[in-house]
Design a protein around this ligand. Structure first.
Ligand SMILES: *Cc1c(COP(=O)(O)O)cnc(C)c1O
Length: 235
Protein backbone atom coordinates (compact mmCIF):
# COMPACT_ATOMS: atom_id res chain seq x y z
CA UNK A 1 0.00 0.00 0.00
CA UNK A 2 1.31 3.43 -0.90
CA UNK A 3 0.64 6.12 1.64
CA UNK A 4 -1.03 9.25 0.23
CA UNK A 5 1.43 11.36 2.20
CA UNK A 6 4.94 11.29 0.85
CA UNK A 7 7.59 10.26 3.38
CA UNK A 8 9.59 13.27 4.50
CA UNK A 9 13.15 12.53 3.45
CA UNK A 10 15.38 11.20 6.18
CA UNK A 11 12.48 9.74 8.11
CA UNK A 12 12.15 6.07 8.80
CA UNK A 13 9.26 4.57 6.84
CA UNK A 14 6.48 3.59 9.22
CA UNK A 15 6.06 0.18 7.66
CA UNK A 16 9.66 -0.79 8.39
CA UNK A 17 9.26 0.30 12.00
CA UNK A 18 5.97 -1.58 12.25
CA UNK A 19 7.46 -4.80 10.89
CA UNK A 20 10.46 -4.51 13.18
CA UNK A 21 8.27 -3.94 16.21
CA UNK A 22 6.10 -6.88 15.18
CA UNK A 23 9.12 -9.18 15.02
CA UNK A 24 10.51 -7.87 18.31
CA UNK A 25 7.15 -8.59 19.94
CA UNK A 26 7.06 -12.04 18.34
CA UNK A 27 10.48 -12.86 19.75
CA UNK A 28 9.46 -11.72 23.23
CA UNK A 29 6.31 -13.88 23.01
CA UNK A 30 8.31 -16.91 21.88
CA UNK A 31 10.89 -16.37 24.62
CA UNK A 32 8.15 -16.18 27.23
CA UNK A 33 6.66 -19.41 25.92
CA UNK A 34 10.10 -21.04 26.15
CA UNK A 35 10.69 -19.59 29.62
CA UNK A 36 13.76 -17.80 28.27
CA UNK A 37 15.14 -14.29 28.75
CA UNK A 38 14.78 -12.41 25.44
CA UNK A 39 18.01 -10.59 26.28
CA UNK A 40 19.81 -13.84 25.48
CA UNK A 41 18.61 -13.70 21.88
CA UNK A 42 20.41 -11.61 19.26
CA UNK A 43 18.43 -10.60 16.19
CA UNK A 44 20.46 -10.25 13.02
CA UNK A 45 18.60 -8.35 10.33
CA UNK A 46 19.47 -9.96 6.99
CA UNK A 47 19.65 -7.01 4.60
CA UNK A 48 20.87 -8.76 1.44
CA UNK A 49 19.68 -7.15 -1.83
CA UNK A 50 18.54 -4.06 0.09
CA UNK A 51 20.27 -0.69 -0.25
CA UNK A 52 22.44 0.86 2.44
CA UNK A 53 19.65 3.38 3.10
CA UNK A 54 17.60 0.56 4.61
CA UNK A 55 20.47 -0.37 6.91
CA UNK A 56 20.71 3.27 8.02
CA UNK A 57 16.99 3.21 8.78
CA UNK A 58 17.39 0.03 10.80
CA UNK A 59 20.27 1.65 12.65
CA UNK A 60 18.05 4.63 13.51
CA UNK A 61 15.53 2.13 14.88
CA UNK A 62 18.17 0.66 17.18
CA UNK A 63 19.36 -2.38 15.22
CA UNK A 64 23.09 -3.08 15.23
CA UNK A 65 23.49 -6.61 13.89
CA UNK A 66 23.27 -6.89 10.10
CA UNK A 67 23.52 -10.04 8.01
CA UNK A 68 24.62 -10.43 4.39
CA UNK A 69 25.15 -13.49 2.23
CA UNK A 70 27.02 -12.25 -0.86
CA UNK A 71 30.62 -11.21 -0.50
CA UNK A 72 30.86 -8.24 -2.86
CA UNK A 73 27.60 -6.72 -1.70
CA UNK A 74 28.56 -7.18 1.95
CA UNK A 75 32.03 -5.77 1.42
CA UNK A 76 30.77 -2.60 -0.23
CA UNK A 77 28.01 -2.04 2.34
CA UNK A 78 30.43 -2.49 5.23
CA UNK A 79 32.79 0.02 3.62
CA UNK A 80 30.02 2.57 2.95
CA UNK A 81 28.71 2.28 6.50
CA UNK A 82 32.09 2.13 8.21
CA UNK A 83 31.18 5.08 10.46
CA UNK A 84 28.31 3.21 12.12
CA UNK A 85 28.97 0.84 15.02
CA UNK A 86 27.44 -2.14 13.24
CA UNK A 87 28.20 -5.80 13.75
CA UNK A 88 28.44 -7.54 10.37
CA UNK A 89 27.41 -11.17 10.11
CA UNK A 90 28.30 -13.12 6.99
CA UNK A 91 25.65 -15.83 6.58
CA UNK A 92 26.28 -17.05 3.02
CA UNK A 93 28.62 -19.66 1.59
CA UNK A 94 32.23 -18.47 1.61
CA UNK A 95 34.47 -19.18 -1.36
CA UNK A 96 37.94 -20.20 -0.25
CA UNK A 97 39.65 -17.61 -2.40
CA UNK A 98 37.48 -14.84 -0.91
CA UNK A 99 37.87 -15.98 2.69
CA UNK A 100 40.51 -13.46 3.70
CA UNK A 101 38.47 -10.63 2.21
CA UNK A 102 35.34 -11.78 4.06
CA UNK A 103 37.11 -11.89 7.39
CA UNK A 104 38.37 -8.35 6.83
CA UNK A 105 34.87 -6.85 7.33
CA UNK A 106 32.76 -9.64 8.83
CA UNK A 107 32.71 -9.65 12.62
CA UNK A 108 30.98 -13.02 12.70
CA UNK A 109 31.07 -15.74 10.02
CA UNK A 110 28.10 -18.09 10.31
CA UNK A 111 28.95 -20.49 7.52
CA UNK A 112 32.18 -22.33 8.29
CA UNK A 113 31.50 -25.74 6.77
CA UNK A 114 34.75 -27.38 5.66
CA UNK A 115 38.34 -27.81 6.72
CA UNK A 116 39.78 -26.00 3.69
CA UNK A 117 37.76 -22.93 4.63
CA UNK A 118 39.11 -23.02 8.17
CA UNK A 119 42.61 -23.01 6.72
CA UNK A 120 41.72 -20.11 4.44
CA UNK A 121 40.09 -18.13 7.28
CA UNK A 122 42.13 -19.13 10.25
CA UNK A 123 45.63 -17.91 9.64
CA UNK A 124 45.25 -14.18 10.22
CA UNK A 125 46.50 -12.35 13.32
CA UNK A 126 43.15 -11.07 14.59
CA UNK A 127 40.41 -13.33 15.93
CA UNK A 128 37.00 -13.70 14.28
CA UNK A 129 33.89 -15.21 15.81
CA UNK A 130 32.34 -18.01 13.80
CA UNK A 131 29.67 -20.65 13.69
CA UNK A 132 29.94 -24.05 12.05
CA UNK A 133 27.05 -24.46 9.62
CA UNK A 134 25.40 -27.86 9.71
CA UNK A 135 23.63 -29.23 6.64
CA UNK A 136 20.28 -30.71 7.68
CA UNK A 137 19.43 -31.91 4.16
CA UNK A 138 20.76 -34.74 1.99
CA UNK A 139 21.83 -32.20 -0.62
CA UNK A 140 25.56 -31.49 -0.24
CA UNK A 141 25.23 -28.36 -2.44
CA UNK A 142 23.16 -26.72 0.30
CA UNK A 143 26.15 -25.64 2.33
CA UNK A 144 26.96 -26.86 5.80
CA UNK A 145 28.89 -29.82 7.08
CA UNK A 146 27.35 -33.28 7.17
CA UNK A 147 26.53 -33.93 10.85
CA UNK A 148 28.68 -37.08 10.67
CA UNK A 149 31.72 -34.92 9.96
CA UNK A 150 30.88 -32.29 12.57
CA UNK A 151 33.17 -33.51 15.40
CA UNK A 152 36.24 -33.46 13.14
CA UNK A 153 35.42 -29.96 11.90
CA UNK A 154 34.90 -28.75 15.47
CA UNK A 155 38.41 -29.93 16.31
CA UNK A 156 39.80 -28.16 13.26
CA UNK A 157 38.11 -24.86 14.17
CA UNK A 158 39.20 -25.12 17.79
CA UNK A 159 42.79 -25.54 16.61
CA UNK A 160 42.63 -22.50 14.29
CA UNK A 161 44.33 -19.53 15.95
CA UNK A 162 42.27 -16.90 14.12
CA UNK A 163 38.80 -18.27 14.87
CA UNK A 164 36.65 -18.40 17.99
CA UNK A 165 33.87 -20.97 17.73
CA UNK A 166 30.57 -19.59 19.05
CA UNK A 167 28.39 -22.57 18.15
CA UNK A 168 26.33 -24.08 15.35
CA UNK A 169 24.29 -22.55 12.54
CA UNK A 170 21.62 -24.17 10.39
CA UNK A 171 18.79 -23.49 7.97
CA UNK A 172 15.64 -25.59 8.44
CA UNK A 173 15.01 -27.78 5.37
CA UNK A 174 11.80 -27.11 3.47
CA UNK A 175 10.79 -30.75 3.78
CA UNK A 176 10.95 -30.93 7.57
CA UNK A 177 8.90 -29.38 10.33
CA UNK A 178 11.19 -26.52 11.49
CA UNK A 179 10.95 -27.25 15.18
CA UNK A 180 12.12 -30.85 14.63
CA UNK A 181 15.00 -29.62 12.49
CA UNK A 182 16.04 -27.10 15.16
CA UNK A 183 15.81 -29.79 17.83
CA UNK A 184 18.34 -31.79 15.80
CA UNK A 185 20.70 -28.82 15.83
CA UNK A 186 20.28 -28.45 19.58
CA UNK A 187 21.13 -32.15 20.02
CA UNK A 188 24.25 -31.76 17.87
CA UNK A 189 25.22 -28.77 19.98
CA UNK A 190 24.91 -30.90 23.11
CA UNK A 191 26.99 -33.64 21.49
CA UNK A 192 29.94 -31.32 20.82
CA UNK A 193 29.78 -29.83 24.33
CA UNK A 194 32.59 -32.05 25.65
CA UNK A 195 34.82 -30.99 22.75
CA UNK A 196 33.90 -27.32 22.76
CA UNK A 197 32.34 -26.35 26.11
CA UNK A 198 32.18 -22.65 25.17
CA UNK A 199 30.52 -23.15 21.78
CA UNK A 200 26.95 -23.00 23.06
CA UNK A 201 25.40 -20.48 20.66
CA UNK A 202 22.78 -21.51 18.09
CA UNK A 203 22.27 -19.45 14.93
CA UNK A 204 18.91 -20.65 13.63
CA UNK A 205 15.51 -19.25 12.81
CA UNK A 206 14.46 -17.00 9.93
CA UNK A 207 11.34 -14.98 9.07
CA UNK A 208 9.01 -17.96 8.84
CA UNK A 209 10.33 -20.11 11.66
CA UNK A 210 12.00 -17.92 14.28
CA UNK A 211 9.46 -18.72 16.98
CA UNK A 212 10.18 -22.46 16.61
CA UNK A 213 13.90 -21.69 16.76
CA UNK A 214 13.49 -19.74 20.01
CA UNK A 215 11.64 -22.71 21.49
CA UNK A 216 14.65 -24.92 20.65
CA UNK A 217 17.20 -22.56 22.15
CA UNK A 218 18.28 -20.26 19.30
CA UNK A 219 20.60 -17.50 20.49
CA UNK A 220 21.02 -15.79 17.10
CA UNK A 221 18.04 -15.30 14.79
CA UNK A 222 18.72 -14.37 11.16
CA UNK A 223 15.63 -12.50 10.04
CA UNK A 224 15.20 -10.89 6.63
CA UNK A 225 11.88 -10.26 4.93
CA UNK A 226 9.71 -10.25 8.07
CA UNK A 227 11.58 -7.05 8.99
CA UNK A 228 12.83 -5.62 5.70
CA UNK A 229 9.84 -6.44 3.52
CA UNK A 230 10.31 -8.27 0.26
CA UNK A 231 13.77 -8.16 -1.23
CA UNK A 232 14.03 -5.95 -4.32
CA UNK A 233 14.76 -7.83 -7.52
CA UNK A 234 18.08 -6.59 -8.84
CA UNK A 235 18.05 -6.28 -12.60
C1 LIG B 1 18.35 -14.73 3.46
C2 LIG B 1 18.78 -15.53 4.63
C3 LIG B 1 18.11 -15.42 5.85
C4 LIG B 1 16.87 -14.57 6.05
O1 LIG B 1 15.80 -15.15 5.35
P1 LIG B 1 14.29 -14.58 5.53
O2 LIG B 1 13.44 -15.73 5.12
O3 LIG B 1 14.18 -13.41 4.61
O4 LIG B 1 14.12 -14.21 6.94
C5 LIG B 1 18.60 -16.15 6.93
N1 LIG B 1 19.68 -16.94 6.81
C6 LIG B 1 20.35 -17.07 5.66
C7 LIG B 1 21.53 -17.98 5.60
C8 LIG B 1 19.93 -16.37 4.52
O5 LIG B 1 20.58 -16.52 3.37
Amino acid sequence: MVSPDAEPSGMVPDDLAARLHGVRAGIIDAARLADRDPAGITTIVVTKFHPVALIEELYALGERNMGENRHQEAQSKAALLGDLDLVWHFVGQVQGKKARQVRAYADVIHSVDRESLVTALGSAESIRDCFIQVNLTDDAARGGVDPLNLPALVDTVLAAPGLRLLGLMAVAPLAEEPRRAFARVRELSEQIRTQAPAAIALSMGMSQDYAAAVLEGATHLRIGTAITGNRPVLG
